[in-house]
Design a protein around this ligand. Structure first.
Ligand SMILES: Nc1ncnc2c1ncn2[C@@H]1O[C@H](COP(=O)(O)OP(=O)(O)OP(=O)(O)O)[C@@H](O)[C@H]1O
Ligand SMILES: [Mg+2]
Length: 238
C-alpha cells in the first residue's frame, strides 16, 4: 500500500507539485491524469526517491520513505517504470531482466525470472536477442518485466503507452491489468485517458501541481468535468 500525503516538490523557483495526495492499493490501478507539465512525472520521480520533496510524506506499507535514496526504496518494494522504457539496447532481453533483479538474492532471482517469462512469453522467446531489436510494445513489456524482477509490492508507471502503435497499446494495457491482478499496487500516469479509464480502479486528476479530482474510476467516467477535460465534449452525449 502506497500513500502520498500533501507532497510538494520544486525545481528551483518552479513549484512543480503543490500538495498532491494519492494512494495505491494492492491489486488496484490508480490512474493519474493531467495535462502536459501538470506535475505527474515529478510526483512519480519523487515517490521513487529520484527527486527530493520540499514537504509532505510518502508512506509505503506504513513506513515513511520520503527522502530515502532510490535504491533503498526499490529494496523496500517500490519500483518506477520510467517514461520511454529505457531498456539497454545492446544487452540481451535476459541481461536486461537480470539487471532489474540485482537487489534480490540469486536463488530468488531465478524464480522471479521464471515468473516474468510466464507472464510475458514473448520475452522468453526473445531471451537471447538484443533488447534493441524488440518492438516498442515488446520493450515496454521488458521494462515491466525488469521492474517485476525486484519483486515489488508497488509499481509506478510513467506513460507506458507513449509512442506505441494502437494495437500494441491494448496489449500493454492488458499487461498492466495483469500486473495489478497479481496483487501489486499500481500508480499509472497515462495520456490515453479513454483506455486508461477502462482499466483503472481509482483516478487522480492533477492540474498545475494540484489534485483537482480524486475518486473511483466509475465516478471519474461519469464526472462531466473529468470527461470534458480528457475525452472531449462528444463523450458526454454518448
Ligand atoms: N528537471 C527539471 N527542471 C526544472 N523544471 C522541471 C524539470 N522537470 C520538470 N520541470 C517542470 O516541472 C513541471 C512539472 O513537470 P512534469 O514533468 O512533472 O509534468 P508532467 O505532468 O509529467 O508533464 P508531461 O505530460 O509533459 O509528461 C513543469 O512545469 C516542468 O516544466
Ligand atoms: Mg511526464
Amino acid at each position: 500500500m502506497l500513500e502520498i500525503r500533501d507532497l510538494h516538490v520544486s525545481y528551483g523557483k518552479v513549484e512543480a507539485v503543490r500538495g498532491v495526495s494519492a494512494s495505491a492499493a494492492p491489486g488496484r490501478i490508480t490512474l493519474v491524469l493531467g495535462a502536459n507539465g501538470a506535475g505527474k512525472s515529478t510526483t512519480l520521480r519523487t515517490v521513487a526517491g529520484l527527486v527530493p520533496a520540499v514537504s509532505g510524506e510518502v508512506v509505503l506499507d506504513g513506513k515513511v520513505i520520503t527522502g530515502r535514496p532510490g535504491h533503498t526504496i526499490v529494496r523496500d518494494g517500490l519500483v518506477l517504470v520510467p517514461e520511454g522504457r529505457r531498456v539497454f539496447a545492446p544487452l540481451t532481453v535476459e541481461e536486461n531482466l537480470l539487471l532489474g533483479g540485482y537487489v534480490a538474492p540469486r536463488a530468488k532471482s531465478a524464480e522471479t525470472l521464471d515468473r516474468v517469462y510466464e507472464m510475458f512469453p514473448i520475452l522468453a522467446q526473445r531471451r537471447r536477442g538484443a533488447a534493441g531489436l524488440l518492438s516498442g510494445g515488446e520493450q515496454q513489456m521488458l521494462a515491466f518485466g525488469r521492474a517485476l524482477m525486484s519483486s515489488p509490492r508497488v509499481m509506478l508507471m510513467d506513460e507506458p503507452s507513449m509512442g506505441l502503435a494502437p494495437a500494441m497499446v491494448e496489449s500493454v494495457f492488458g499487461a498492466v491489468r495483469e500486473i495489478a491482478d497479481a496483487g501489486i499496487a499500481l500508480l499509472v500516469v497515462e495520456q490515453n485517458a479513454e483506455l486508461g479509464l477502462e482499466i483503472a480502479d481509482d483516478v487522480v486528476v492533477v492540474a498545475r501541481g494540484e489534485v483537482v479530482f480524486s475518486g473511483e474510476a466509475e465516478q471519474a467516467r461519469s464526472d462531466a468535468s473529468v470527461v470534458r477535460a480528457f475525452l472531449g465534449e462528444a463523450a458526454l452525449s454518448q
